[in-house]
Design a protein around this ligand. Structure first.
Ligand code: PLP
Length: 395
């Protein structure tokens, strides 16, 4: 018998995917030069040299049979040692290979991490706006996603509101900084306040409440903004990292889970991550990719292109009367819709070839997301369309 839950999940495409597919259809009708597809967060900058050169080198020099063979379920031990070394060196956090579990991207990392620490009926709390797949991952782990509004007039962490939402049933808080879709980077003061709150709440609950730090955009920051490394502020932290965006290789599917050794029962939490990974079939992340990222640690695609896209859009859109916060990281602008219903706004934008994702799925109705990881020439061509759209609403 077909599982209805999965049938539904597999049938209902996300709004982002719907828009992306619509864009392809529209391109065939009106020409791709007239379609301005801002829907997907697919990196538009070439991977750094270490990626293609590294693949060639691995194929040339690595023992071919070993390169394509299974690694251990947690990942290759030398790769995990290198990542732990990188974490120690870069962030000054304690880390060893035995705390690192290789995964097929952040999606698998989040699923394994949530599976490890959420039990039936528990809550997973996340501030708004948030990555829509959190709900799917939390529910698959047997939990329930609870969302907490951001501070009025911005997308900062509202510790007070989080404090009201977090009770005994809370297993974890997912933090995504730099944030998709707002581009917000939580400050050190915000992280410290969250850490203090969770220490207090864990004590009251009588069990640890974990922070799951979802970090696919860690390296994508502008103007020298600092992204605090959460294990340095809160012991019960599990980092879910991905190389998808930093190395521009999202289709290759590689990342890891790092359980801070300072977490309560860190050893058991790590074994539970292994068990959750096993139950999901997420064992032995792609072997060639494991070796590749191990040689590319600390490298990143040229983010200057995203930065100039960000500036070009920000300047043009604000001059046309759009309201948005200046994003500090990632490659998204989160813009206030020009009418109360962002879905209607997104529909009306299509007339000008603009594909903008309504914020509703991110828990922020009234906004649209613009993924500016695009060819700068497309962005330039799209500015007139943004102007016409704004004029239509202001007429
Ligand atoms: N978390 C966030 C906030 C994301 O934006 C994404 C992808 O866009 C993911 C997780 C999943 O990343 P990955 O491609 O590494 O699975």
């Amino acid at each position: 018998m077909i599982n209805e839950k999965y049938l539904k999940l597999g049938t209902n495409r996300s709004t982002i995917r719907e828009l992306f597919e619509f864009g392809k259809k529209l391109s065939s009708e009106i020409g791709s030069e007239n379609v301005f597809d801002y829907s997907l967060g697919n990196p538009s900058v070439a991977p750094p040299l270490c990626v293609n050169e590294g693949i060639e080198k691995l194929i040339r020099e690595y023992d071919g049979t070993k390169l394509h063979a299974y690694t251990s379920a947690e990942g290759d031990i030398d790769v995990r040692k290198n990542i732990a070394h990188y974490i120690r060196d870069t962030f000054g956090a304690e880390a060893e290979a035995k705390n690192v579990y290789m995964t097929a991207g952040a999606a698998a990392a989040l699923s394994a991490a949530l599976g490890a620490i959420v039990t039936e009926g528990e809550e997973v709390i996340t501030p708004v706006p948030y990555f829509p797949e959190y709900r799917v991952f939390a529910e698959e782990a047997g939990g329930r996603l609870v969302t907490v509004s951001a501070k009025d007039g911005g997308f900062g962490l509202d510790t007070e509101a989080l404090g009201e939402a977090i009770g005994k049933a809370c297993a974890a808080v997912i933090i995504n900084s730099p944030n998709n879709p707002s581009g917000k980077v939580y400050t050190e003061a915000e992280i410290k306040a969250l850490a203090d709150l969770l220490k207090k709440k864990s004590k009251e609950a009588g069990h640890p409440i974990y922070i799951i730090a979802d970090e696919p955009y860690r390296e994508l920051v502008y103007d020298g903004v600092n992204v605090p490394y959460i294990p340095n502020y809160y012991d019960n932290t599990i980092v879910c990292y991905s190389f998808s965006k930093s190395l521009s290789i999202p289709g290759e599917r590689i990342g890891y889970v790092f359980v801070s050794p300072k977490a309560e029962n860190a050893k058991e939490v790590f074994r539970a991550v292994c068990g959750a990974g096993r139950s999901l079939g997420y064992v032995c992340a792609p072997s060639l990719l494991q070796r590749l990222v191990s040689d590319c640690l600390g490298k990143s695609a040229d983010i200057d292109i995203y930065d100039s896209n960000r500036k070009m859009l920000l300047e043009a859109l604000t001059s046309y009367g759009y309201e948005t916060e200046k994003p500090e990281g990632a490659f998204y602008l989160f813009v206030r819709s020009l009418c109360p219903d962002a879905k209607e706004f997104s529909e009306r934008a299509k007339k000008y070839g603009l594909l903008l994702v309504p914020g509703d799925d991110f828990g922020a109705p009234g906004y649209v997301r613009i993924a500016y990881c695009q060819d700068p020439k497309m962005i330039e061509r799209s500015l007139g369309a943004f102007k016409k759209l704004s004029d239509e609403f202001r007429a």
